[in-house]
Design a protein around this ligand. Structure first.
Ligand code: ATP
Length: 346
């Protein structure tokens, strides 16, 4: 059982606070993604779990054991980093078996594990090749195979697919997810790519300025973002916001319309995803500014009372810049945020 518990972890570098009081539990065999923009603290958190960095305060527990005073090698983890250190002068076999040789495992056990993990990563036909002769994608697989060969309870990965081209990335993310599910490993995966996060994670921890803003399933962060930051970060294009004025009895003035909303007596932000709008006879009145035919959809960038607003419409709609559109939000997809706290209103 490799539950990972991060308890009140904070990290400062001089006067700069990179992590504020992080609390997070990753369940046994869970695939947790740490997602956030550059500089939000993802790598620092991963390095603290790995033991490559020391937390200023707080504790790290793995499998019911406190590990934050242990060196990385005693934590039962394997790591794959962005600049995966595959040794070019060693063969693929020797690279994958490297950690196992360090552990002084018998030759037949090294062979068994190398062949098994090479098979999982579809590089078994490359075992005799020198790693320096491989493509970037093949080297990436070697790095992952080497980590899996350790049969770790926990695998930590920091942007492991970042050096691959878009198509290979897409292939590898599906493969990696499948392989990790088969190997019963608890995984923490750092990325700034929301598509990668959505497609691979059991849960995503969305990080912003050294804090975890929301930790939830991909569908939950997409449908029910806990804060405006999450609503804007997840989804492409991001969620739309409009200021809403209370009219009493749960009625709200939004974009020239009166619509139903929560029973609150202060200004809120109304929010809707661009894909949860359709053209209708009544709804928000928007002026189309830019129309982009994207093949599967039509992306229309509009203006509502001076606010930028986007709608993803059927590709066979005819919309021109300058048209006045009536956009009906799908009622069960409307969300409300408090502009003072930027948090979702329950
Ligand atoms: P990226 O996606 O760019 O790698 P990240 O979310 O992983 O970003 P971190 O590398 O964790 O971010 O860095 C978080 C913050 O802490 C950044 O502002 C960074 O400059 C700072 N930081 C990280 N390591 C150090 C260090 N050794 N000394 C000083 N500041 C640091």
């Amino acid at each position: 059982m490799a539950v990972i518990e991060i308890k009140n972890v904070a990290k400062t570098f001089g006067a700069y606070t990179a992590l504020h009081d992080i609390n997070l539990t990753i369940q046994d065999q869970e695939f947790m993604v740490l997602l956030g923009a550059s500089g939000c603290g993802k790598t620092t958190l991963l390095r603290i779990i790995a033991g490559l960095e020391t937390a200023t305060t707080g504790e790290v527990w793995i499998g019911g054991r406190r590990v934050d005073h242990l060196p990385p090698k005693d934590r039962g983890i394997a790591m794959v980093f962005q600049n995966y250190a595959v040794f070019p002068h060693l063969t693929v076999f020797e690279n994958i078996g490297f950690g196992l040789r360090m552990q002084k495992l018998p030759n037949d056990e090294v062979k068994r594990r190398v062949e098994r993990t090479a098979g999982l990563m579809h590089i078994d036909q490359l075992l005799k090749r020198y790693s320096g002769e491989l493509s970037g994608g093949q080297r990436q697989r070697v790095a992952v195979a080497r980590a899996l060969a350790m049969e770790p309870d926990v695998i930590l990965m920091d942007e492991p697919l970042s050096n691959l081209d878009a198509l290979l990335r897409m292939e590898m993310r599906a493969e990696l997810k499948g392989v990790l599910a088969e190997s019963n490993t608890t995984a923490i995966y750092v990325t700034h790519d929301q598509v990668e996060a959505m497609s691979m994670a059991d849960r995503i921890s969305v990080m912003h300025k050294g804090e975890i803003v929301q930790a939830a399933t991909p569908l939950e962060v997409y449908r029910n973002p806990a804060a405006e930051f999450v609503a804007g970060f997840i989804g492409n294009p991001p969620m739309n916001f409009l200021p809403a004025t209370p009219k009493g009895a749960g009625k709200w003035a939004v974009g020239g319309q009166v619509i139903d909303g929560p029973q609150k007596n202060k200004a809120l932000n109304f929010a809707i995803r661009p894909e949860d709008l359709r053209l209708a006879d009544s709804g928000l009145t928007a002026r189309a500014k830019v129309v982009e035919p994207l093949g599967a959809h039509l992306l229309v960038t509009c203006d509502i009372d001076g606010a930028l607003f986007r709608a993803v419409l059927d590709s066979d709609m005819t919309v021109k810049p300058g048209d006045t559109l009536t956009l009906a939000p799908q009622p069960d997809r409307v969300r409300w945020f408090d502009p003072d706290t930027t948090r979702a209103v329950a």
